[in-house]
Design a protein around this ligand. Structure first.
Ligand SMILES: [Zn+2]
Length: 446
C-alpha cells in the first residue's frame, strides 16, 4: 500500500506534529497504574490514541486503523499520530482514569505560545491593543442517575433521587468580531479535598485565577463573566492577581450599588450614538458612573459601572439592555469599546459551548466516565483538540482554504474520516496536501 506524501509539506513541522510530539514526550511521565512488566501498550499509545479520536472527531478511528494495520502492516495511527501499537478503547479508558487532567494543562499554554510567536495573538488585543479578553463561564457536560465517579457533584432532585453531574469552567480568549475563540485550561467544579461543602463556580473560578493568573498578567487580561461573578471576594481576588474584570451587574443582585447610583444620578455621564441596522434606526444610550460600592458595608470594593440601552429609533421599544461593573476607568472615549468587550462574552455560549456540544466535539457525550479522573481527562483532551483546530485555522492557509471549499466543519471531518480508511498518509500535512490537490487548491506562496 502506497503511503501518501507531499515533498512540499515535508520540511515544515506543522502545529499538529508539534502537539503530537509533545504528548508523546509527556506520556511516560504520567501516572501508570500497571505494575509488573505486562505493559504491551506504552502510555504514549494510550494518550495519542485518545487524542487522535478527539482530533479527528471519530470514535471509531482506532478500531478501523487496527484492521488496516493488520491488513497492510501500517496504519494512520502509526504514521500520523506516531503510535506504536493501537490499544482498544477500554484499555485507554482504564489507563487514563488514573491520570489527573492537570497534566495536560501545559499543552494549552504551549499552543498559545505558538499563536503568540506567530503574531496571531495580536488580533485578539483590545482597548488600544493593551489588553486581552477572557470569557469565563461554567457549563454542565454530564449528568446521570446511574453512572457516577469520585469527582461527581451530587444533587438531590425533586423525585427524591440523587443526580450526579459534572460542571466545568471553560475559559476562552475572545475578541469582539473575531469568530475564533482560543480555549484555555479548564477548571473543574468538583468536590474539593478537605471541604465537605459542594464546590461552586465562584470557588472554581478563584482556583483558576490562583493557578494561572501569573502567566496572563503581562498580557493585561480582562476577565468577563455573568452577574454571578460580580461578587466582591471574586472581584478582589481578580485584582489581587493583577488581572482586570468586566462582569454583568444586575439591579436585583446589587441593590446597594443601584441605590447609590440613584443617589448620585447627577454624576452619571451619558453618551448617545445613532446606528442604522439596515432596516431601521437604533439609539444606543451609554451611561456610566465611577466608584460605586459593589456591596453594602464600609469595606465595599468601589467599582466603575456602565450600561447600554438600545432602543428602536421610531417606536422607542427596548431592543437590548445590560449593565456591567469593572475596575477599568471608564471615559467618554473608551465606553463604547469597553461595552463591546463586555458583549463579546456571548461568544462563550455561541462560539465555544455550542460548537463543543453540537458541532462534532460531543462535549456532553459520555466517552467514558471511569472511577477517578476519566470524565475530566477526556474532556481536557477534547478541549485541546478544539484549541488545536483553532490554531490550525489561524496558522495554516491550506487548512483554511480546504475548510472554505468544503463549507461546514462536518463535511471536512467526514472527508478526513473517509480518506483515512482508504489511504495511509505520512503525516497530517500530507492529508491536507492530498485534499488541497484534489480540490485544486494551490499552495499559497510563503
Ligand atoms: Zn463523575
Amino acid at each position: 500500500m502506497k503511503t501518501m506524501t507531499n515533498p512540499k509539506t515535508k520540511s515544515k513541522k506543522s502545529v499538529v506534529d508539534t502537539v503530537i510530539a509533545r504528548l508523546k514526550q509527556l506520556a511516560p511521565k504520567l501516572p501508570d497504574k500497571r505494575t509488573g512488566k505486562n505493559c504491551r501498550y506504552t502510555m504514549a499509545d494510550i494518550v495519542l490514541g485518545a487524542f487522535s479520536v478527539f482530533f479527528l472527531q471519530c470514535p471509531s478511528f482506532l478500531a478501523r486503523q487496527r484492521t488496516i494495520q493488520h491488513q497492510r502492516g501500517r496504519s494512520n495511527a502509526q504514521t500520523i499520530f506516531k503510535m506504536e501499537r493501537i490499544p482498544c478503547d477500554n484499555h485507554i479508558r482504564n489507563m487514563l482514569d488514573a491520570v489527573p487532567p492537570e497534566h495536560f494543562y501545559p499543552e494549552f499554554r504551549a499552543l498559545l505560545e505558538i499563536v503568540r510567536e506567530q503574531g496571531y495573538l495580536d488580533a485578539y488585543r483590545v482597548l488600544d491593543d493593551k489588553y486581552l479578553l477572557m470569557s469565563l463561564d461554567g457549563t454542565q457536560y454530564f449528568s446521570s442517575y446511574v453512572i457516577e465517579c469520585e469527582l461527581c457533584s451530587r444533587q438531590k432532585r425533586r423525585n427524591g433521587k440523587v443526580q450526579c453531574h459534572h460542571k466545568v469552567i471553560l475559559p476562552v480568549i475572545v475578541a469582539p468580531g473575531n469568530p475564533h475563540v482560543l480555549a484555555q485550561p479548564p477548571e473543574f467544579i468538583t468536590p474539593q479535598d478537605g471541604t465537605a461543602k459542594q464546590d461552586c463556580e465562584i470557588a472554581a473560578c478563584k482556583r483558576w485565577i490562583t493557578q494561572h493568573a501569573a502567566y496572563y498578567a503581562a498580557d493585561n487580561l480582562i476577565l468577563t463573566g455573568d452577574d454571578l461573578y460580580a461578587h466582591q471576594p471574586l472581584c478582589q481576588h481578580v485584582l489581587d492577581h493583577h488581572l482586570h474584570f468586566v462582569f454583568v451587574c444586575k439591579p436585583d443582585s446589587h441593590k446597594t450599588l443601584y441605590a447609590v447610583l440613584e443617589e448620585r444620578a447627577d454624576e452619571v455621564e451619558t453618551l448617545v450614538v445613532h446606528h442604522w441596522n439596515g432596516e431601521h434606526g437604533e439609539i444606543w444610550t451609554y451611561r456610566y458612573c465611577a466608584a460605586l460600592p459593589l456591596r453594602a458595608g464600609d469595606d465595599a470594593l468601589l467599582v466603575n459601572w456602565c450600561e447600554l440601552h438600545i432602543t428602536h429609533a421610531e417606536t422607542g421599544e427596548t431592543m437590548y439592555h445590560n449593565a456591567w461593573v469593572t475596575d477599568l476607568t471608564i471615559t467618554a472615549k473608551n465606553i463604547t469599546a469597553i461595552v463591546m468587550c463586555a458583549r463579546a462574552h456571548w461568544k462563550v455560549e455561541n462560539e465555544n459551548h455550542n460548537v463543543l456540544k453540537t458541532k462534532g466535539y460531543h462535549l456532553e457525550h459520555n466517552f467514558g466516565h471511569g472511577q477517578q479522573y476519566l470524565a475530566l481527562t477526556l474532556l481536557t483532551l477534547n478541549l485541546l483538540a478544539f484549541l488545536l483546530h483553532t490554531v490550525m485555522h489561524l496558522s495554516n492557509k491550506i487548512y483554511r482554504r480546504i475548510r472554505q471549499a468544503r463549507g461546514r466543519r462536518e463535511a471536512f471531518f467526514n472527508d478526513v474520516r473517509a480518506l483515512l480508511v482508504y489511504l495511509t498518509f505520512e503525516s497530517w500535512a500530507a492529508v491536507l496536501a492530498f485534499m488541497a490537490g484534489a480540490l485544486e487548491i494551490r499552495p499559497p506562496p510563503d
